[in-house]
Design a protein around this ligand. Structure first.
Ligand SMILES: [Fe+2]
Ligand SMILES: [Fe+2]
Length: 352
């Protein structure tokens, strides 16, 4: 389909000027004519010209004011305006450019000059529009690719956790449940979505370092020997080393490294205290111990959620961040969260 010819609005109070401009442009363009400022604004409100030729000196509302109003309106600010002036006055030209005009035509007109300037500015306008369209397309492509990468990352993480849990069936589902609770805690604390997503990811992966602990130790019934416990303690560091290679945009590896640190410095591997421990790691710590205590382990039966809540409550401020503990207790006490079959938070706002 052939493109409709461009529409030019001529705004001038002198019939002679209008006639001259019309005869110069009528063969190539569709034309609109307004004989004063208010009529020009009215015209533009009804149909959008591709370019405006605007006289400066007009009775009532002058060209500068018409230009200012058009530039103030997001609907019309992109229409190129070429001022028409009788005198070659430098200060007036500067004011026009400051108001957003793209060019000047000085009277008396040379038909060829008018045609050239109009043609140039229409070409520029069309290029700007094409560029803007291309940018929109690029943004859409980037968004699609980001979603694709995110999905690939999630699939990779699921595979890694499945592999780890195959070795260690007793903690099967533990990481997912910790992730769900950590995410719910972050949400209840009013933390931004990116933090919720971070603790969710770190939760899913927090015990990944256990793949270096022999299965005989992992799955042995009864209390672990001291040497075995020491062996188990390497898992945050192993997890850190495995995960630091993945270019996450969030500090997932550091959070995994710190998830057994405790507020009073009694944790491992570094004995960090209070604020030295990342907030996300403090959240995982509470979610981890709550889930672990309430579930079955090879060396003991499930203790139940009440025992788990008692543990975090008793050690709030000592081992665990009090604000995180508070959020966790509220979630369970007010029935906002439970370790159900898939232990999803009972809230549509949960990050899927
Ligand atoms: Fe752990
Ligand atoms: Fe854990």
């Amino acid at each position: 389909m052939e493109k409709e010819r461009d529409l030019i609005l001529i705004v001038d109070d002198h019939p002679t000027n209008i006639d001259l401009l019309v005869s110069t442009l009528t063969n190539d363009y569709r034309l609109g004519v307004s004989i004063n400022g208010p009529r020009a604004l009215d015209y533009v409100s009804r149909q959008k010209p591709d370019i405006i030729l605007l006289d400066i000196m007009m009775p009532g509302m002058n060209g500068f004011e018409v230009c200012s109003r058009l530039k103030a309106d997001p609907e019309t600010r992109d229409i190129p305006i070429i001022f028409i002036t009788a005198v070659d006055d430098a200060s007036r030209k500067i004011k026009g450019f400051e108001l957003g005009a793209v060019d000047y035509i000085t009277k008396p007109f040379l038909a060829e000059e008018v045609r050239e300037r109009v043609r140039t500015h229409l070409a520029l306008k069309s290029m700007r529009e094409q560029l803007a369209d291309r940018n929109v397309n690029l943004e859409l492509m980037v968004r699609e690719k980001t979603i694709e990468l995110e999905k690939m990352l999630e699939a990779t993480i699921s595979t890694i956790t499945l592999m780890a849990e195959t070795r260690d069936p007793y903690t099967s589902g533990h990481q997912q449940r910790v992730a769900d609770l950590a995410c719910a805690i972050a949400k209840h604390m009013g933390l931004p979505k990116n933090i919720m997503r971070t603790v969710e990811l770190a939760g899913i992966l927090h015990d990944i370092g256990k793949i270096r602990v022999p299965t005989s130790v992992m799955n042995r019934p009864g209390r672990l020997l001291e040497a075995e416990q020491e062996l188990l303690k390497i898992h945050p560091e192993v997890g850190y080393k495995l995960l630091k290679r993945i270019p996450f945009t969030m500090p997932v590896a550091d959070i995994v490294f710190q998830h057994h640190e405790r507020m009073d410095g009694s944790g491992y591997p570094c004995g960090l205290k209070g604020d030295q421990i990342l907030l996300e790691a403090r959240i995982i710590a509470v979610a981890d111990v709550t889930e672990a205590q309430s579930s079955y382990r090879p060396y003991r039966p499930a203790l139940g959620i009440e025992v788990a809540l008692e543990e975090i409550s008793k050690n709030s401020g000592k081992f665990y961040d009090p604000q995180v503990v508070e959020a966790c207790l509220t979630l369970f006490r007010e029935g906002l969260f439970s370790f159900g079959e898939d232990s999803r938070i009972r809230d549509p706002g949960h990050i899927q």
